[in-house]
Design a protein around this ligand. Structure first.
Ligand SMILES: Cc1cc2nc3c(=O)[nH]c(=O)nc-3n(C[C@H](O)[C@H](O)[C@H](O)COP(=O)(O)O)c2cc1C
Length: 208
């Protein structure tokens, strides 16, 4: 028999389901696909088939990496997540000729605080393209916080960078060590504005 309590519970469940289904960002959708509340176990959509299973996560201080990211995300139909320092880097902070600038003083081992460490829907992504500028031959410092602060187990990670001239070097390997998990692949370096090269590269990864 349906009691008033049963009806209230049913209404509450329906409201939760509707809210979860309206999460708006594609990352949320990917999570929804594997959330037990959203489907009976035998109806669960495999994560690799879920929309938004590829994430392009990136940090960009002056826009070069972001321009590449926009081309890649559009090519793949993937979600993009901006890694942002809680306190954004100013032009003065980025002055590598000033030994007392923020980037200079953080260089040794700082892990700057991030505005958001873990992207929405993180658990639903199988592949993460991880983009960053090279700072003194390494991944820009916010990547340390991102790599060390997230669980990469079960994910394939493909680093890429932009730089004035330096190669990607072992910046990806250094981040992999901080992450302590995940299947980290060899990365690629692009000069500013190389969107055609970047889309050709991502086509070769077989992700689309
Ligand atoms: C603090 C700092 C250090 C840098 N170090 C290097 C470097 O070692 N090698 C290099 O080729 N470019 C270096 N650059 C240039 C950036 O890697 C390059 O401009 C990059 O495309 C910036 O990306 P963004 O616009 O996404 O921040 C450095 C830039 C900054 C601000």
């Amino acid at each position: 028999m349906l009691t008033r309590r049963n009806l209230l519970q049913a209404a509450a469940m329906a409201a939760v389901t509707m809210l979860a289904g309206c999460s708006g960002v594609r990352g949320g959708d990917a999570d929804d696909a594997v959330t037990p509340d959203q489907a009976a176990p035998d109806q669960t959509v495999p994560v690799e088939d879920a929309p938004g299973a590829v994430l392009v996560a990136y940090f960009s201080a002056t826009g070069n990496t972001e321009e590449i990211v926009q081309a890649l995300a559009e090519r793949l139909g993937a979600d993009a997540f901006a890694i942002e320092a809680a306190e954004p880097y100013t032009d003065a902070d980025l002055d590598y000729n000033d030994s007392s600038s923020r980037t200079s003083t953080e260089r040794a081992d700082a892990r700057p605080e991030l505005a958001q460490v873990t992207p929405d829907g993180w658990a639903g992504y199988q592949t993460v393209l991880l983009g960053y500028p090279i700072w003194w031959g390494e991944a820009a410092w916010p990547l340390r916080t991102f790599a060390g602060g997230n669980d990469f187990a079960g994910k394939t990670v493909v680093p890429f960078c932009t730089s004035a001239s330096s190669g990607i070097g072992d910046s990806g390997a250094a981040l992999a060590e901080l992450a302590g998990g995940g299947d980290w692949r060899d990365g690629e370096r692009f000069p500013a504005g190389a969107t055609d090269d970047a889309t050709a590269w991502v086509d070769g990864l077989g992700l689309a």
